[in-house]
Write a protein that binds this ligand. Sequence first.
Ligand SMILES: *Cc1c(COP(=O)(O)O)cnc(C)c1O
Length: 382
Amino acid sequence: MSADKIYMDSAATTRVDHEVMKAMQPYFSEDFGNMASLHSRGREAEHAVEKARRDITKKVNGKDHRLIFTSGGTESNNFVLKGLAFAKKDKGHIITTKIEHDCILSTAKWLEKRGFDVTYLPVDREGFVDPAELEGAIRKDTIVASVIHANNEIGTIEPVRELGKVAHEHDVLFHTDACQSFTKVPIDLKKDNIDLMTINSHKIYGPKGVGGLFVRQGVKLEPLLHGGGQEYGFRSGTVNVSGIAGFAKAVDIMKDKHVSHMEKLRDMLIDGALKIDASWLNGSRKQRLCNNAHFSFSHIEGESLIIHLDLKGIAASTGSACSSKSLEPSHVLTAIGLKPEEAHGSIRFSLGKESTKEEIERTLESLSDAVETLRKISPFKR
Ligand SMILES: *Cc1c(COP(=O)(O)O)cnc(C)c1O
């Protein structure tokens, strides 16, 4: 980042790392082949994609799984719910939660209109899904339980291992959307009882428009895209070789030291921000993404706070990049029990591996100034 700009919106997207760009470059020019071709140019492309598939799969102990490359988290989430729903002869039941990303919720609603039943599990005050609630929701015709691995707004990391165990005890498939947690939280597909998992590249310094869906061998999915039968027949279309090579490099260069670096800065930001009068942290203090800090400030509009901080060169967000332009309170904040006026006074800071201590200090200073200024002019009674 340039010296005066502070980027605190890494949960929305990240810049492409230089090493990632370098890894992508050859596949735009000298190695431009189509991996479906039989000649050597095609084989180079195939080699790159298959190496990427192996390397990313290894990262999550996916010995029993296949990684299908897609255009991103949105496609993977659409694919998993629609693909499972339409692979069945009869209509059935889907379980998900109230705090999913919009691409799960909108897909679930779309399926409801087409005759499928959906249960949206509630969460507690910190955003946790209770495995007992999941168990209680399971029916004979339940197709899949889909629970976000770590929430994109409030950063809560769900107990996926326990949730997956409950699903499996009742012969229900378990899917998790790991777009926020992949490479930040250790994942073992086998031990964590995960049959299907969504990942993407642009939240971890890879290119936009690339993602994947892990599918346990033997799980039947109806494809969304029909054509040449690429990606084991699951996803037709010429494969995005450069994007996939970049995705694999992004996964490769994300290390534990980056996670602990972000954790340290996150805690500094949380401790500092909670010194501000009438403020609180949303989500869990302990089971929390290393780069997420999400606060509410009484008597303040989150949007005004973001504009104030933006004037000081600090980029933050109200939470979900997709719905931040709507005036509806966030469905996640509503689900954890915030009143609409409390939800509106909320702001998310999401750090990156390049964030610094100085940036946190400057952010805290600007934040407390902005809160003070806005409260002076606030129309809400104190
Ligand atoms: C960003 C995100 C998505 C959407 O991924 P895209 O690659 O942008 O389509 C889905 N789920 C979660 C939890 C996300 O954070």
